[in-house]
Structures are given as structure tokens and as C-alpha cells.
Design a binder for this molecule. Structure first.
Ligand code: ADP
Length: 474
């Protein structure tokens, strides 16, 4: 069967490099599209990507990118991973850093140039390989459609996905010259954002179609409250915008086949074994008490202010709480202080994929008080592992977690405890509801068993993307 070619570009792809949900999506969505497209995934070759483990080798293609009068060397690398072609862009400035984008406090000073190189390299790939479709993700690849605007030799159609509007790739105006961009595009209709240069605006303005990662977020970003200053601009381009919910990789996030677990499981007795083992692992006691977990970036987006304000009250009840994440220093300090006072709270700083799997397996509830959440994957992972999410009804959380008080065993509809106001008061109330529900074991078990049977895979959402691609190629 003839398959059109698709280049899927992302700045992070699991398992090579990951800082959040984008890497999960860039890992699992391309696989779900490979039934109809000849897919290649492209990402930067960061120095910490394990070349040996994944047999990443030079493709024998090296070239220079000319940007703002400076030449930057680029070398292409590649590997086959799980049946998909992966292309890696190596360029010293882009690649030779310790982190993807910077520390939690601050992005790297030269990020405009670093990701400028990534964008120019993608354009070069499009010229060399003539893909039918380029699917770009977030600000790190958003300049591509602008760079292609006047390229008549390239007929590639472009879909641009916004994973998080809070990260737009805005830089000082001086980056314009460094990126070799024309002064003429520095207008409000194009890439100017309050006297700064915005990568994301280029993607929104010039892509053929735009998606974001849930239907609710697609509506929210058109409003002042959630638009991060781009709501007017997005309203202007709204006819190109669709919201498609993310899925999770059903093989990677499967309690039945998860090598990170002491006992992979498909029923609640197996889950109970994981809970006991996990409590032992982190030194918590009392397997009868509900275990609440939080996994994620310690940032304001994830509701850390609400969480920190609520924690002392929560921790004073009959429960265990385990937190895993990393982020802003002020949150680290506040959390450390709380943990020192409550022996039933366990805290680990860092990014640890396997540990997070053991937490989902052990947990009775996942706490997710996000202020905004474009899609959120944690809540779906939690439901697949039989942990009930406690979520703020916003963005993708509103689309994926339904109020447990309305429980009906409807196919593929997950249930949790949902609160509507982003405040410590509402969050604590939801926590209390969760505690009460947990005491009604029969009802609680019925709901989590139902959640475990739901399909949160890419199957349906991939169809939605395939249908957009088909429209683009018409
Ligand atoms: P984000 O806004 O960070 O992209 P998502 O909910 O979309 O949030 O995706 C988060 C992904 O990253 C999930 O797979 C989650 O389990 C994982 N994750 C986040 N923080 C950590 C951590 N500290 N350790 C391990 N996994 C993490």
C-alpha cells in the first residue's frame, strides 16, 4: 500500500529525552499514524541521548546552516526504534548542553539560536526528502512554516500542534537578526509579541492547520484567562484550530506488562501487593490507609501553590502521601519543610520514570490540582493503573475525568473526584470526598475497576489526526 511520507518533529521524544508529556506524545502518536503514513521522527541529538543503547549512527549527511551571517555545522544521525525511523539533528550549540531547555528557573540564553538551528535543519530535511506532511510541535519547531513561506520548491503541508501555550519561545528582538529573519515579519500579525519575537506565533500564523491537545483547551485558549496573551491572535486563526485529546501508549503504561513493578497486575489484589511493596520501599506505613500521590513538574501550572497550602491539613488525616517531581526552588523548599513535619508524607526530587510507574501502581488516588492543563497524561496513566484522579476541572482534565458521583459504567469514560475552583479550599474538600469514597470500598473498587478497563490509547485520537492530514492532502 502506498503511504505518503510524514515528518514528525519534536524537541523531546521518549525514551531518548523527556521532560514531560510532549515526549510521551512524540513517542506514541507517530506509531499510531504509521498505519497510513511512512513516518520519520526528528529531534535534536542532545549530548545525554544514549547513542550506544539505541544504536544511533551518523547518516553520512553533514551540512552548514547559514543563519544571520553565521554558519552552524549540522550532522544528521539516525536509528530505527520500535520499527520507526528516527532522525537526530546534531549541532554543537543545540546539542552540547546538560539539559533540554535550561534549568527550571531559566531557559538557556542562546535558546533562540539553538532551536533556530533545529528549525533550519528541519527545513533542510524537508528539501532533501520532500515529505507530504510535516507535523510540528510546540514553539521549538514553530519557525518552520515561516521559513518555508516563500519556498516554492516545497509543497509539504504543515500541521502545528500546541502542547502548552504557556511556553511560547519568546526572545529579545535582537534574535530576529541572529535567526536571519526579515524585519518585515516583525509585526503583530506575524511574530511580534509585545516587542519580543515569538516562535509560537510563527507556527500559528503560517501552519496550514493548528491543533491543540484537548477540545476544552482549544476553547480555553481563545479566552483572556487561558490565552497567555495570544487569545486574540488565536481567535483570528480559530478556523484552523482543532482540539484533539492525547492518548497514552497502552503498552508502555500497562500494569499487566510493566517491568518497573514488583508484581505486574491486572486485578486489585495484584495492585494491593504493589502498594505494600511501594510503602516499604519509601518507608511509609499503614497499607489500609489511602495513598495519595503527586507526580509532575513542581511549577505553578501544576497547582503547587494550592498543593502546598493544602498539604498540612491533608497530611493530618489518616492517609499517606507520596510526591515525586522537580521544579522551582521555592516549591522545593516549601515541600521539604512540610515533609519534615509529617512522617506520612514522602517526597522525592528528581525525574524517575520507573519510580513514577511504581507510584501509579501503588496509589489509591492521584492528586492533580493544575491551574491549567492542556491535556495531562498523568490522570489517564493513573486510571489505567487503578488510581483514582482528584482533578481540577480544566483543559484536558475536564475532557478525561468525569465526576464519580455521576458514575455509570459507560465505555471509555473514566471517573474521579473533580473540583471546579482552583483554590486550596476546594481542593481540600475534594480530598475529603476522596477519603469518604475510599471508606465505601465496594463503590470505590467498582469505579477503579471500570477505569482500568477504559481505553485511553491513541486509537480514536489518531483517527482524528489522520482525518486532518487527509484534508491537508486533498
Ligand atoms: P507536562 O505538562 O509536564 O507535559 P503531562 O501530564 O502532559 O505533563 O505529562 C507528564 C508526563 O511526565 C507523564 O508521563 C508523567 O508521569 C511524567 N512525569 C512528570 N514528572 C515526572 C517525574 N518527576 N518523574 C517521572 N515521571 C514524571
Amino acid at each position: 500500500m502506498y503511504k505518503p511520507s510524514l515528518l514528525f518533529a519534536a524537541s523531546e521524544v521518549y525514551p531518548f529525552a523527556k521532560s514531560g508529556g510532549l515526549a510521551d506524545v512524540a513517542h506514541s502518536l507517530p506509531r499510531a499514524l504509521a498505519c497510513e503514513y511512512e513516518v520519520s521522527v526528528v529531534m535534536p541529538l542532545y549530548r545525554f541521548v544514549d547513542r550506544e543503547k539505541y544504536a544511533i549512527a551518523a547518516l553520512g549527511e553533514a551540512f552548514e546552516i547559514e543563519m544571520g551571517g553565521v554558519e552552524y555545522p549540522v550532522e544528521l544521525f539516525g536509528c530505527e526504534y520500535e520499527g520507526l525511523r528516527h532522525i537526530f539533528i546534531y549541532s554543537p550549540l543545540l546539542s552540547e548542553k546538560d539539559f533540554l531547555y535550561g534549568t527550571p528557573e531559566k531557559g538557556y540564553e542562546d535558546n533562540a539560536i539553538r532551536f533556530g538551528i533545529f528549525n533550519y535543519a528541519i527545513v533542510s530535511l524537508l528539501k532533501r526528502r520532500q515529505y507530504a506532511i510535516a507535523h510540528l510541535n510546540d514553539w521549538q519547531s514553530a519557525l518552520v512554516p515561516l521559513l518555508l513561506k516563500d519556498e516554492e520548491t516545497i509543497s509539504t503541508k504543515i500541521l502545528y500542534t500546541i502542547h502548552n501555550l504557556a511556553y511560547q519561545g519568546t526572545f529579545e528582538k535582537s534574535a530576529l537578526a541572529e535567526l536571519g529573519l526579515d524585519e518585515g515579519c516583525f509585526t503583530m500579525e506575524e511574530i511580534e509579541f509585545y516587542a519580543m519575537l515569538s516562535f509560537m506565533k510563527a507556527g500559528i500564523a503560517y501552519a496550514d492547520m493548528i491543533t491543540t491537545v484537548s477540545p476544552t483547551y482549544a476553547k480555553e485558549i481563545l479566552t483572556l484567562e487561558f490565552g497567555c496573551g495570544l487569545d486574540g491572535f488565536l481567535r483570528h486563526h480559530r478556523n484552523k484550530l482543532t482540539g484533539i485529546i492525547n492518548g497514552i501508549n497502552a503498552e508502555h503504561f500497562s500494569p499487566e506488562h510493566d517491568s518497573a513493578l514488583v508484581t505486574p497486575y491486572s486485578d486489585l489484589s495484584g495492585k494491593a501487593l504493589n502498594k505494600k511493596a511501594y510503602l516499604r520501599e519509601v518507608g511509609l506505613t499503614g497499607a489500609k490507609k489511602p495513598l495519595f500521590v503527586f507526580v509532575g513538574r513542581f511549577t505553578s501550572q501544576k497547582g503547587l501553590d494550592i498543593l502546598i497550602e493544602s498539604l498540612p491539613k491533608m497530611a493530618s488525616t489518616e492517609c499517606n502521601i507520596a510526591l515525586l517531581g522537580e521544579g522551582e526552588e521555592k516549591y522545593h523548599a516549601a515541600l521539604k519543610e512540610i515533609v519534615s513535619k509529617y512522617p506520612n508524607v514522602y517526597l522525592e526530587f528528581g525525574y524517575d520514570e520507573r519510580h513514577s510507574h511504581r507510584m501509579y501502581a501503588a496509589a489509591d488516588f492521584l492528586l492533580m490540582p493544575s491551574l491549567f492543563e492542556p491535556c495531562g497524561l498523568n490522570q489517564m496513566i493513573a486510571m489505567a493503573y487503578g488510581a483514582m484522579p482528584v482533578v481540577h476541572r480544566v483543559g484536558g482534565l475536564a475532557d478525561t475525568v468525569f465526576e464519580y458521583t455521576d458514575f455509570e459504567p459507560l465505555a471509555n469514560r473514566g471517573y474521579g473526584v473533580v473540583f471546579t475552583k482552583a483554590s486550596a479550599h476546594s481542593f481540600t474538600k475534594a480530598f475529603e470526598q476522596a477519603q469518604t469514597l475510599y471508606k465505601n470500598k465496594r463503590h470505590y473498587n467498582r469505579i477503579i475497576k471500570h477505569n482500568m478497563r477504559c481505553d485511553f490509547s491513541w486509537q480514536e485520537s489518531a483517527k482524528a489526526y489522520l482525518s486532518l492530514y487527509a484534508q491537508l492532502l486533498k
